[in-house]
Design a protein around this ligand. Structure first.
Ligand code: TXA
Ligand code: MG
Length: 334
């Protein structure tokens, strides 16, 4: 692909204007949302959307989420707007909930991988909203990482993955949520959770009643995937990662075998014994699920960059608020 000059700008009013102009002209712009950074292109321009797949190295059958500035803009893109969509939007937009609905003819095939539905969300981050309002177009935006890498939660993460491949990165600081939106299909009855995320299934069920939560398994890699975020291995650091119920023993054993080990340790950070300090990089993680989510991807990227050869992660608790974290860690594990 053609090498691009990637600009990195603080997300000032001026920079947002420049970003909107780039998007209108078919460019690729990374921007912060309340979950993770997204890599945006004009969702109505098939060629611009192809550019996202090229820049990320993303398989063409993995559909993109379309970002909109309000619910009316979402209604413009779908065949029908069921009462459940309105109830959920009233309760949770702007916010980390992506609704999958039957798409209409305005959405090009490139966005959906040829599938008959489209995922749409209205993000809550002020920079994302300012950009959507300035550009006045629906913006297709997957997470702004190279395909299969962990999602970026800072502009520096985006730079590390995509510099030279996109036009502009709007730096709005660290993203407050840290993991991706919840993806819910309203194209099925009852609605189905396609990807756990920042918004809990309990919160959704409190508004629209029971939803299907069982895992999906796609049939063939060539079909438009029901939700490729549900592929077993999707959110992957470049270093082998394992979850452990007994992480301390595992870390000691690996270090004794000559590995350089990164350890995501849950809860209080006791100091490492002296003999391990040269072999182990300890990253203390919060015992609270929301704080853990906010820090998880940055911690994984930090360990990758530190040159460790193995990552060991304390198995997270089993409570409902840990669902999305368990999901991401399971997919990151080898
Ligand atoms: O929080 C987020 O959702 C971030 C920010 C940037 O909005 N975006 C994000 O996009 O995580 P991405 O492309 O990395 O993940 C989107 C997930 C994928 O698992 C994709 O397969 C699924 O949503 N998805 C998108 N459209 C879909 C559709 N029409 N049907 C089923 N799954 C869909
Ligand atoms: Mg992604």
């Amino acid at each position: 692909m053609l090498k691009k000059q990637t600009k990195l700008l603080p997300a000032s009013e001026e920079a947002v204007k420049e970003a909107a102009e780039l998007l209108r002209n078919g460019g690729l712009v990374a921007f912060p949302t309340e979950t993770v950074y997204g890599l945006g292109a004009n969702a109505l321009d098939a060629q611009a959307v192809q550019g996202i797949f090229l820049a990320k190295g993303r398989p063409a059958n993995n559909p993109l989420i379309v970002h909109v500035p309000d619910a009316d803009a979402a209604k413009d893109l779908v065949m029908k707007w069921p009462p459940q969509a309105q109830q959920l939007v009233d309760a949770f937009w702007p916010g980390p909930l992506t609704l999958v609905l039957p798409r209409n003819e305005r959405i090009p095939d490139a966005v959906t991988g040829g599938g008959a539905t489209v995922g749409i969300r209205m993000p809550a981050h002020p920079v994302a909203l300012a950009l959507l309002r300035a550009v006045r177009l629906p913006i297709a935006a997957p997470s702004a990482n190279r395909s299969n890498h962990v999602s970026p939660t800072s502009a520096a993460h985006v730079w590390d993955d995509l510099a030279g491949r996109i036009d502009l990165i709007l730096d709005g600081g660290a993203t407050p949520g840290g993991i991706e939106s919840t993806v819910l299909s309203l194209a099925e009855d009852p609605p189905r959770l396609l990807r756990p995320g920042l918004l809990s299934p309990e919160a959704i069920q409190a508004v629209i009643g029971p939803i299907q939560i069982s895992e999906l398994h796609h049939s063939s890699a060539n079909d438009a995937l029901p939700s490729p975020g549900m592929l077993p291995r999707h959110y992957a650091p470049t270093v082998p990662l394992e979850l452990s119920e007994n992480a301390a023993d595992r870390v000691y054993a690996l270090a004794a075998a000559g590995e350089r080990v990164g350890w995501l340790r849950l809860g209080d950070a006791l100091p490492l014994p002296k003999e391990l300090q040269a072999h182990v990089t300890l990253v203390p993680m919060p015992a609270n699920a929301a704080d853990y989510a906010r820090q998880l991807y940055a911690a994984l990227r930090l360990l990758e960059a530190s040159g460790v050869t193995r990552i060991v992660v304390d198995k997270p608790p089993s409570g409902a608020e840990w669902l999305a974290i368990q999901d991401r860690l399971r997919r990151a594990a080898t």
